[in-house]
Design a protein around this ligand. Structure first.
Ligand code: MG
Ligand code: MG
Length: 258
């Protein structure tokens, strides 16, 4: 069922989105060559523990697409890992591409956002191009988040940027409605048909999350942790996400990092 929030509920959701945005902003500035993925997880754990009313929707999360409880506070997907990366004992190396996907519950409302970046000095231009494609696809999707447009307009805008840049889109995972639960209706695919699907209205809050891989649209799940989604051909992936509220004027980016 697609939930429509009142203006008051959208207001109540904002601290969760802001908190997620602040943590990702800090990590973007401080995660670097030598940072261990478990340190990132510990940092997020501490931030959540110190924030009154905050909890992690990840720790006990056990959906059909994963294996048992996730048991960590953030997804850290490095290089050929693109989604749901389980943090493990690994020190980032110069030129690694990392995607951080974070959701936190604050006062009963979930905030959800993701960023990708390359650490160190040895940045492969094709990695930066891939990341930029996910960011531009997200911006194109957000630009369609106006009441009266259709969900298909958002999905089509995302997919069109991906295709223009030469990437093919995997449709198995995508964005979603969000509120008291992390993954609600509607599913927001990373490609679609303009003018089709649910008609956007004020109070709809969705996560748009373009994720792309360099030379494939096929994935597999890492058997070692039962969660991490990797590209089938070993090429690198990137993932960018914002939580967006549709209003009667401009959309609100709930997880803005400013
Ligand atoms: Mg999400
Ligand atoms: Mg997310």
């Amino acid at each position: 069922m697609i939930e429509i929030k009142t203006a008051q509920e959208v207001k109540e959701m904002r601290p969760a989105g802001k908190f997620v945005g602040q943590i990702l902003k800090y990590l973007r500035q401080h995660v670097t060559v030598g940072t261990n993925l478990l340190e990132i997880d510990d940092y997020v754990h501490q931030q959540i523990d110190h924030r009154q009313g905050a909890s992690s929707p990840y720790v006990n999360y056990a959906p059909s697409f994963g294996t048992g409880p996730f048991a960590h506070y953030i997804c850290t997907s490095v290089n050929d890992a693109v989604l749901h990366g389980v943090p493990y004992d690994y020190n980032l190396k110069d030129g690694d591409l990392i995607s951080l996907d974070l959701a936190v519950t604050v006062d009963g409302w979930v905030g959800d956002s993701a960023i990708s970046f390359v650490v160190g000095k040895d940045k492969d231009p094709s990695d930066l191009k891939l990341i930029k494609a996910t960011e531009d696809a997200l911006a194109a999707g957000i630009a369609q988040c106006h009441a009266g447009n259709h969900l298909g307009d958002v999905e089509h805008a995302v997919g069109e940027v991906a295709r223009e840049r030469g990437y093919s889109v995997n449709m198995e995972f995508g964005g979603h409605g969000i509120g008291h639960i992390m993954h609600g209706d509607p599913f927001v695919a990373n490609d679609g048909r303009a003018g089709r699907g649910f008609r956007l209205r004020p109070g709809l809050v969705i996560c748009i999350e373009p994720w792309l891989m360099k030379t494939t649209d096929e994935i597999y799940q890492d058997e070692r942790d039962g969660w991490t989604i990797r590209s089938a051909d070993g090429s690198r992936g990137a993932h960018t996400e914002h939580e967006v509220a549709i209003t009667d004027s401009d959309p609100i980016i709930m997880t803005a990092r400013d």
